[in-house]
Design a protein around this ligand. Structure first.
Ligand SMILES: O=P(O)(O)OP(=O)(O)OP(=O)(O)OC[C@H]1O[C@@H](n2cnc3c(O)ncnc32)[C@H](O)[C@@H]1O
Ligand SMILES: [Mg+2]
Length: 201
């Protein structure tokens, strides 16, 4: 039986405190009933497209924990580079920094980028993960704003009134973010699933 049907908190597997905080804030400001707890499982992240990476990580985490769980992968896709760094943004950011990521785009005619959040939900060990994606379009810009969360200072969303994610108030980012949009789809799915199970009882 999927964990969500009993309204037990769903285990969100992540080692990233900023992701966890944003997910908690988004859920707290919504009307949904999804509740989460956190565990950090050191899951290998394979090479592949964003869905393949997300599915493999979630499958591994569900098997390891022996329970339903949720994982999340965030990609930053540069249009000029055919979608790269995409799911490999963590290593690119660590190696090149904000400035190096801007330098990657020198000589190209576009700085367009997509922030892509992929939640993967497995209802238990051996259960194929489902995918929920959220996208926010924007531009890669020289870093502006606080530097506590990843590539926030160099991503200027098209809906952000000229501010980078880092310059935006957290609540404002959460209204338009890739993470918010993916979480909205996941919450709707889990709510339907719970309703369906209640009706069939
Ligand atoms: O344990 P997990 O959930 O895998 O956490 P992680 O930090 O390894 O996260 P990812 O594998 O998804 O790598 C995504 C990278 O992008 C960063 N990141 C994720 N969401 C972000 C956001 O909303 N704004 C800025 N940077 C973000 C994050 O810090 C990583 O460097
Ligand atoms: Mg990771």
């Amino acid at each position: 039986m999927p964990a969500s049907s009993s309204k037990a908190p769903l285990v969100f597997v992540t080692g990233n405190k900023n992701k966890l905080k944003e997910v908690q804030q988004i859920l707290a400001s919504g009307t949904g009933e999804l509740q989460i707890t956190n565990q950090d499982v050191d899951a290998p992240e394979i090479q592949g497209n964003t869905q393949e990476v997300a599915i493999a990580k979630c499958r591994y985490a569900a098997d390891k924990l022996g329970t339903a769980c949720l994982t999340e992968d965030t990609a930053l896709c540069f249009e000029a580079l055919g979608g790269l760094p995409g799911p490999y943004i963590k290593d690119f950011l660590k190696t090149l920094g904000h400035e190096g990521l801007n330098t990657l785009l020198v000589g190209f005619s576009t700085t367009k980028a997509t922030a892509l959040c992929t939640f993967a939900y497995s209802s238990g060990p051996g259960q194929e993960p489902m995918i929920f994606e959220g996208r926010t379009e924007g531009q890669i810009v020289p870093a502006r704003g606080p530097t506590h969360f990843g590539w926030d200072p160099i991503f200027q969303p098209d809906e952000g009134h000229g501010q980078t994610y880092a310059e935006m108030d957290g609540a404002e980012k959460n209204k338009i973010s890739h993470r918010y949009r993916a979480l909205e789809k996941l919450s709707a799915y889990l709510a339907e699933e719970t309703k369906g199970e209640a009706e069939s009882r």
